[in-house]
Structures are given as C-alpha cells and as structure tokens.
Design a protein around this ligand. Structure first.
Ligand code: PLP
Length: 638
C-alpha cells in the first residue's frame, strides 16, 4: 500500500493507483467519484458508463452472474487504432504499400466476435486468418470484402483447399500459406481439378526468436514453416510448372505476446530478407505477413516483462514499416501490402468477466487460554512460548520454530499421541504466531525471504462465482496475469487482503497472483463483505484465447454473455446476448442425454413409490426439482 489511509481519507484516486487501472486500461477504464469502475470506449473525454449500472441492467434482463461483458465500441476502437497507426506510419515514412490486417479466428472464434470484427473491420478491409476448415467456413460466411485478405494457415487437406478455392471463385482474396512442403502438391492438384490458379504464400522459419511463453512458435526449430532450402524447392517447382506467378505472400510468426520491441524489429528485418529473396527469384509477391505478436500490457508496467510490452502501438507500426521499407529501398524492390495477424491486441480489451463473491473465509484471531491443561503436549507448550517471545529481533527464528513445532504436533496427531482438541490448540497458536509475524515484519527494513510471502498464507479466501478452467484457462495453465479489481466501493479503503477461489472443487481453481507495479503480488486488496449486499469483481482483458480454450471442469459451462454498445450520450444498449450453458447442455457435451436422464429418474422415483419410500406427490416434486435443475445455470444462482 502506497499511503497511510488512517492519516488522510482514502480517495477513489488511491484505488485507481492501487489497482493500476490507468496503467493497464489503455484509456478504456476509469474510476468515477462514486467509486465505480466506468467504461469509456472513446477515452477519458468520451461517454462513460459505470459497470455496476450495466450489472444491474444485466440482472434486470434476467441474466445471472458470472457474465462475460463485451463492449462493442472497444473492439471498434482497437481495430481503428491499429489501422490508423499503420496509416500514420505509412504516410509519414512515404511507404507505398498499404496495411491489410487480418484477425486470427482461433484467438476468439465466437460467432458474435467474428461477426463484429467483420463489421467494424470492413471500413479498413480487415480480413481473417484461418487455420482449419471450420474457421475457413466461418470466415467465408461473414467476409464480404474482396479487398480484405483471407489467409489460410494451418495444415490443409484437399477439402480445406477446395473450400478456399471455391471462396476465391466467389471473389474473395484467398491466400494459401504453405506450412509444410507436402501441401504444395495437394494445392496444385485441387487447383488443377477446379481449373483455378491459387494465390500462394510460404511461411518461413526465421532464426530470430522472441522471448516469452510462445518463443517456440518462432526460431529455426519451430514446428511450423519452411526452411530456406524448402522455400527454394517450392520456387523451383513453381518455376518448373510455370506457376511462379501464383506466389504472392511471405509469412512468418514469431510467437504471441512479444514483449520486447527489439524482437519485433529483428523479426521484420529478417523476414523482409526472405521477401527480397523471393522477388529476386521472379515471384510477383505483393504481401508480407508478419503474423501475430503485438502484445497486451496486462500488468500496465510498460516493460518487456512477459505480461507487458515495452512499446506503444505507434512504435510497433513505425518500427515495422521502417524496417521493411529501408531494406526494400536498398534493394530497389516495390513495397508490398503489410499484413499482420493481431489477435490478442485486437480482442483482449473488449471482454471482461463480471463475478459476484459468494462468501469469504478468513483466519480469525482466536481466543487463547491463559492456562494450559496439565496434559498439554510439549510441542503445543513450545508454540505458546514462541508466541510470547516473538519480537522484531527474532522473527526468522520464531518462524522456523513455529513450523517445526506445528509439524511435530501433526505427526503426533497422526500417531494418536495428540488428540483433536490439542491439535486445535496448536493450530491456534501457530496462526497467531503467523499473524504477529506478518505485523512485525512491516517494521523491518529488510524482510527475510521466508517472511516475504507470509501475507499470502494469511490471506482471506474470496469465493467467486465462476470457474477458472472455463473462463480463465490461461491463468491456470500458464500463470497468465489478468487485472482483477472490485468494480465498486472504490471510495472505501480495501482493508482485507485476499486470494480468489472459484467454485470448482479443485485446489488449482484459485487466482493467487495479481498484477502490481512492482512485479507480482500474492494477495489482492479487497473490501469487507457487507450483509445483504453483493460484492462484484471484474476480471479484465479476457477477450483473447480464454473463451475457446476454456473447459468443462466440474461441468461448469459457458457463461452468460452480454454485448453492449455505449452511446455518445452515456447510455448503453444491449446489442447481443447469449444465455450460458444449462446443466442439461453441459451434460450433453459429455455424452449424457438429458431426456434419458429424466426417464431414468422417473423410473427410480416410481420404484421408490412402489416400495413405499415416497408418496406419489413427493415423486412429482422430486421430478420437478430435477427438471428445474437441468434447465438451470451451471453456476451459483441467487
Ligand atoms: C500463425 C499465427 N498468427 C497469429 C497469431 C495471433 O497472435 P497474437 O494473438 O499474439 O496476435 C497466432 C497465435 O499464436 C498464430 O499462431
């Protein structure tokens, strides 16, 4: 905590600083005077809508939390920001080609999302990148712009290629990117059968590697793409059959969430050399596709930490255009259209998960007896001794002793030498020692390593109505950090420190790492729950990758989803809504048939009636309860 709230009253600005909203929010989020998080899709001077107002609206419309809220205008703004930034760089540097962005559908395949991207991207000829037949069909059904690119990555069988060629026949700008050498034969064969000339691209393996989680997507040993020698083979083959004019695009992808601008620049410098080589071989080319990688500053630190980025979008676009242009001008080669496949940066900001807190479990300072019973075992007495002698001068020693005696008591309990009450007493002493250690360590200039994390052991557990495995899979799988904060009561000092547990019965279903300007913190500052009042948290920047990677752990299904558009007068309109999965839905995903379940339950209940265990009217009520249960939301319903 940066300031002492007891000396001066806590202000909303303090909350804004504490949760870093102005650092990670990219101007889309702020805190109002009433202590609520507001959404400002056009920046701080545009319209602002408080999230609690939207939550109330969602609930009035009959949707329960957890709810995924999408704000259409933020998506619109993100697409515009990228295009305007490239436009500015292109204009100021005098680049002759134009920018053609594509959205990689795998980053968020939900129909509403893809539809909205097609809609908002149309004014910029924004296209799609697809990596499977399903994604291709989805893209073709929504893309009507003949100037936009439809980049076909991924491994392609004959059917995939037919789907692409038929779309080309319709007038779409379909580009088949060779991910492996064998694909060329299949494409040429299908094109021959359909009597068409395909537009081809090659994905090259760069030697440049970006740092971070996704480093393996790039580099010479990446699984995707062609080596320089395989690229030359492709060129020779196309020359041999008189189809080199079909080669139009060079593609590479260094990885997602590239935090360091240096890697982006180095990648572009190496990639453009491949492009030059292909033009020098006589291919017409025309498109240079740099893949994804534009990072999101999840922690707001503006550094090259893996959850951040040390550059702005303007620096990203200027570096790319400049790196490409300088090499091409040196070689006297015409400027191609620049394609990027930004997924994360396009959609992350526009979705947030809104969660209500169901309960809190906290370690209470329990009363300790003045006198110990005569039969109190030695290690329990020792714990009391540790507590009474604890001072700022012996914190490390007390920490070690507390753990030692606690473990000894546990062992004696396991062998029957310590009874339940004695163990309970030992635990009380132990946790009182830990609480005192946490208090005293604040007085030290240098905190011993073992004590640095002590707050996280003492943290309250806030039970949130959601599933990490369904809604934030990257938080569980790769320790991705997302900004999390209360969306109201921000004028109040958050006096508690907590971690957030979901409602799956899995110990991994917990958020216990949080963004912090100084790195990562293990607990989040939260407010005391108030009787009869809801407490809402927002988990932000979740629009990329989370929805489709989510799974059905504990049979928690898709959340309710509501899309809003914020109007210039500060009102909002619910433009799309999608009911989350019912219990029957999720059961059917794992091969149950809800109708069959009901039939089985009817006969089970009938048998119970026959055997006199329930009455016919109790059977009726039993079946009604189960039918309602199947129709219900998979999350906690109020
Ligand atoms: C080929 C390709 N293009 C684009 C992307 C999207 O990357 P990002 O979300 O970082 O923009 C990916 C994802 O890793 C990818 O594999």
């Amino acid at each position: 905590m940066t300031r002492n709230h007891t000396l001066t009253p806590w202000r909303v600005e303090d909350s804004a600083d504490l949760y870093g909203i102005h650092s990670w929010g990219s101007g889309y989020f702020d805190v109002n005077e009433a202590g609520e998080v507001v959404i400002c899709p056009k920046g701080p001077s545009g319209p602002r809508v408080p999230i609690p107002e939207i939550i109330a609206g969602i609930r009035e419309r009959g949707y329960e939390l957890p709810c995924l809220l999408r704000v259409e205008n933020i998506l619109d703004s993100q697409i515009a920001k990228l295009h305007e930034s490239f436009r500015k760089a292109i204009k100021s540097l005098g680049y002759k080609g134009s920018y053609r962005g594509v959205f990689p559908i795998k980053v968020n395949q939900q129909q509403q999302v893809v539809e909205e991207i097609a809609q908002f991207g149309s004014r910029y000829h924004h296209g799609f990148e697809v990596g499977s037949k399903g994604e291709l069909i989805a893209a073709v059904s929504l893309l009507h712009d003949r100037e936009a690119c439809l980049v076909c990555n991924g491994y392609k069988d004959g059917e995939f290629i037919d789907l692409g060629l038929q779309a080309q026949r319709l007038g779409l700008n379909v580009l088949f990117v060779l991910e492996m050498p064998g694909e060329l034969e299949v494409i040429l064969e299908r094109a021959r059968v359909l009597g068409m000339r395909p537009k081809l691209g090659v994905r090259c393996k760069l030697s440049t590697k970006a740092s971070g989680h996704w480093a393996e997507s790039g580099g010479e040993r990446s699984v995707f793409g062609l080596t320089p020698s395989q690229i030359v083979d492709v060129v020779d083959k196309l020359k041999e059959i008189g189809m080199l004019d079909c080669l139009r695009l060079l593609h590479y992808h260094l990885g997602s969430q590239i935090s360091n601008i240096r890697d982006i620049r180095l990648g572009a410098m190496e990639g453009v050399r491949f492009y030059v080589g292909l033009v020098q071989e006589g291919a017409p080319m025309g498109y240079l596709d740099l893949g994804g990688g534009l990072a999101v500053d999840y922690d707001g630190s503006h550094t090259n930490y893996f959850t951040s980025r040390n550059y702005t979008v303007d620096e990203y676009t200027a570096d790319i255009v400049e790196a490409i242009q300088s090499t091409l001008d040196e070689e006297g080669i015409a400027h191609p259209h620049i394609v990027t496949e930004s997924g994360r940066a396009t959609v992350a900001y526009y979705s947030m998960l809104l969660v209500n807190i169901l309960d809190v479990s906290r370690l209470e300072e329990k009363h300790l007896p003045d006198e110990l019973p005569d039969d109190t075992p030695e290690p329990v007495r020792n714990l009391r001794e540790v507590l009474s002698t604890l001072s700022p001068r012996n914190l490390q020693e007390c920490y070690n002793d507390a753990i030692y005696y606690r473990d000894e008591v546990r062992q004696l309990f396991a062998t029957g030498s310590v009874n339940l009450r004695q163990r309970c007493l030992a635990e009380r002493f132990f946790w009182n020692i830990f609480m005192k250690l946490a208090e005293e360590k604040e007085k030290l200039k240098t905190v011993p390593r073992d004590l640095q994390d002590i707050d996280s052991h003492l943290a309250d557990i806030y039970y949130g109505n959601f599933s990490i495995f369904q809604s934030l899979p990257d938080s569980w799988a790769i320790d991705q950090l997302f900004p999390v904060m209360p969306v109201h009561r921000l004028q109040e000092y958050p006096s508690r420190k907590g971690v957030i547990s979901d409602i799956t019965c899995d110990s991994d279903g917990q958020i216990d790492h949080f963004i912090d300007q100084q790195g990562i913190k293990r607990t989040l500052e939260l407010h005391e729950l108030r009787d009869g009042e809801e407490y809402y948290l927002g988990i932000f920047l979740v629009g990329a990758y989370q929805e489709t990677l989510g799974d059905l752990h504990n049979l928690m299904g898709d959340n309710n989803v509501v899309s809003v558009r914020i109007e210039d007068d500060g009102s909002y309109e619910v433009v799309r809504e999608q009911q989350g999965d019912t219990v029957a839905d999720v059961l059917s995903y794992v091969e149950y048939e809800p109708r069959r379940i009901m039939e089985d339950l009817r006969s089970v209940a009938e048998r119970a009636v026959r055997e006199g265990r329930i009455t016919p009217s109790q059977r009726f009520s039993f079946l009604q309860t189960y039918e309602d249960g199947l129709r219900g939301y998979t999350y906690f319903e109020s």
